[in-house]
Design a protein around this ligand. Structure first.
Ligand SMILES: *Cc1c(COP(=O)(O)O)cnc(C)c1O
Ligand SMILES: [Zn+2]
Length: 562
């Protein structure tokens, strides 16, 4: 993958090397930045470079902001099928309707692309804890990938999100914080919480990785549509070997999808690989359609919808902020398109039609896109010769209440009715957030020379409790760490090069400061009776690697920390 990824500030044009930990432009402080790739040197090689790779998101790694192959994180993201909707096409009189079936991503929504790339970048940057706000699917997706990466995740979810989605999020070990308030408020609470604890917070379109991740939809579509319909006909782009549709349709909340897909098509066009950028049709729920209102009024800035009135929580971004402005500007520079809204009832009806006509069951948010398609055909905006791709963004798989039990969420109330960030609101917010966390978490030192074992233990503890974790990879540094941090508990490996676990124990027990810290030994091999007697009275628990369940370790940890 490209070794130096450049990021450009959308405000001042300043370019820097991409760094996942830096959230703003070093020159002007602007938070709106995006990657720039050397497309001119890639244009001749790109199609042959990718040719023999598996069909999936990482096929296009040269155009993604991740340097090392995150194979150990992969859940098979991207590479979703493009399905011809023959029955729906017949019904609507549009023969070329194609469904990009993003339900077939690892957690059944197109957020998997975003999560796969972002979590890979965070892991690469050594980030171990992160905060997100979500209308549901981002939380589920990020949680799955964070689990694999050993990243502790805090998900701020509005109380409007269906409980099944919250439970699914909690099942992955993410700490769910239920925010009584709308999505824009949940975002504020999350940002404030992250700032308070100096944690990485995902900023939607402003998070470099998310936009680039969504580009892979256009890359895949270019290849898939060409297989389905053949290369573009005679056009003014003689090098274009891949076909672009006339329309790309998506249901839209914050607008991340279309911004990313449009950037993807722009890069393909800049490389001369497609003949055009499709028109974009962004469909919103009528009860929360700030972009549609602004588009119809010809405004470049959208007025926020303060009280979203839709049952479709996934699409309840009331304040799209600059994302709308950016999307509109870029659509107008490219091939145009439109913003349209449909009612919840139209969306539910479209869900039925899609399931019955095409065998595809989607969540209501996706129903919105299909209702939009139907409306646009009825209005004559889409005509029979058009090639249409519709992003089938998500499917819901409910988690049973019994599987997850109670007490998996913390509650926070947004302090007032309004969303104005006045001082008293901020004060109330801080007080509310302080109740989410406590001042001092139990401190646990993990000592093991194998990084994957440390990651596993970190994951077990993070996923179901709040701990401050420290890691050491050998006996000597473990002693230094334990003496300086005075943890409440030590999880210790026995077989380590140079200073082994037995010697660490001896040293700990000789020092009055550390003599009484409880120790759980986690060991890989069967101990001899001599070794066992050496541990006698020195440790509180012994666990065999490869032969304990996460809840057993957690139970020991809980019983030893008071
Ligand atoms: C996030 C999401 C959307 C909206 O996507 P944006 O591009 O962020 O506006 C639509 N449908 C589903 C299922 C989603 O998860
Ligand atoms: Zn700048």
């Amino acid at each position: 993958m490209s070794s130096s990824i450049m990021v450009e500030c959308l405000d001042c044009g300043h370019r820097t090397l991409y760094n996942a930990s830096s959230a703003s432009c070093p020159k002007c402080g602007g938070e709106w930045r995006e990657t720039v790739y050397d497309l001119q040197s890639l244009k001749n090689t790109f199609p042959s470079l990718i040719q023999n790779r598996p069909f999936g998101l990482w096929r296009y790694k040269e155009l993604l902001p991740v340097r090392n192959n995150p194979a150990d994180l992969s859940l098979g993201e991207g590479g979703t099928p493009l399905i011809r909707a023959a029955n729906l096409g017949m019904m609507l009189g549009i023969p070329n309707i194609f469904i990009k079936d993003e339900r077939q991503g690892p957690t059944t929504s197109f957020k998997d692309r975003q999560a796969a790339v972002t979590i890979a970048a965070l892991k690469e940057a050594g980030i171990t804890e992160a905060v997100i706000a979500s209308t549901g699917n981002v939380a589920i997706s990020y949680s799955a990938y964070a689990a694999r990466a050993g990243i502790k995740l805090w998900a701020f979810i509005t109380s409007l999100v269906p409980p099944v989605k919250m439970r699914e999020t909690a099942l992955y070990g993410t700490q769910v914080v239920k925010v009584t308030g709308n999505y824009d408020q949940a975002k504020k609470v999350a940002a404030r919480f992250a700032q308070q604890r100096a944690l990485y917070v995902d900023k939607g379109v402003r998070s470099i990785t998310t936009v680039d991740a969504m580009k892979t939809i256009s890359f895949e579509l270019a290849e898939q549509l060409t297989s389905a319909l053949g290369p573009p006909g005679q056009s003014n782009h003689p090098t274009a070997k891949w076909r672009a549709p006339d329309w790309y349709i998506q249901s839209v909340s914050g607008g991340m999808g279309p911004v990313g897909v449009l950037k993807g098509y722009q890069e393909l066009l800049d490389m001369g690989l497609v003949d055009k950028i499709p028109q974009f049709a962004n469909i919103q729920a009528a009860g929360c359609a700030p972009m549609v209102h602004a588009w119809i009024a010809g405004k470049a800035v959208a007025d926020p919808v303060l009280t979203p009135r839709t049952h479709i929580a996934t699409l309840a971004t009331g304040d799209p902020g600059r994302t709308y402005t950016l999307l509109r500007e870029r659509m107008l520079q490219a091939n145009g398109g439109m913003f349209e809204s449909v009612t919840d009832e139209e969306a539910f009806k479209a869900m039925h039609i899609l399931a019955k006509m095409e065998g595809i069951s989607v969540e209501p948010a996706t129903g919105v896109a299909f209702a939009g398609l139907i409306k646009m055909v009825r209005n004559g905006q889409i005509t029979p010769s058009d090639v249409v791709v519709i992003n089938c963004t998500g499917h819901t798989i409910p988690v049973e209440q019994e599987v997850i039990g109670d007490n998996w969420a913390k509650d926070v109330s947004f302090p007032t009715e309004g969303i104005e960030a006045t001082a008293p609101v901020e004060d109330g917010l801080l007080a509310a957030l302080n109740r989410v966390t406590v001042d001092r978490y139990p401190r646990v030192a993990i000592v093991d020379d194998h990084p994957h074992v440390r990651l596993l233990i970190r994951r077990i503890l993070q996923a179901q409790g709040d701990y401050d974790l420290f890691e050491a990879e050998d006996g000597k540094s473990a002693l230094t760490l334990i003496q300086s941090q005075q943890p409440d508990l030590i999880i210790l490996d026995l077989m380590m090069p140079e200073m082994d676990g037995f010697s660490v124990l001896d040293a700990l027990r000789r020092d009055p400061d550390t003599a009484s810290i409880p120790v759980i030994v986690v060991t890989a091999q069967e101990l001899t009776s001599e070794e066992k007697s050496r541990l006698e009275g020195q440790i509180q628990a012994l666990m065999q690697k490869g032969d304990f369940m996460s809840d057993e370790l957690l139970e020991e940890v809980r019983s030893l920390i008071k």
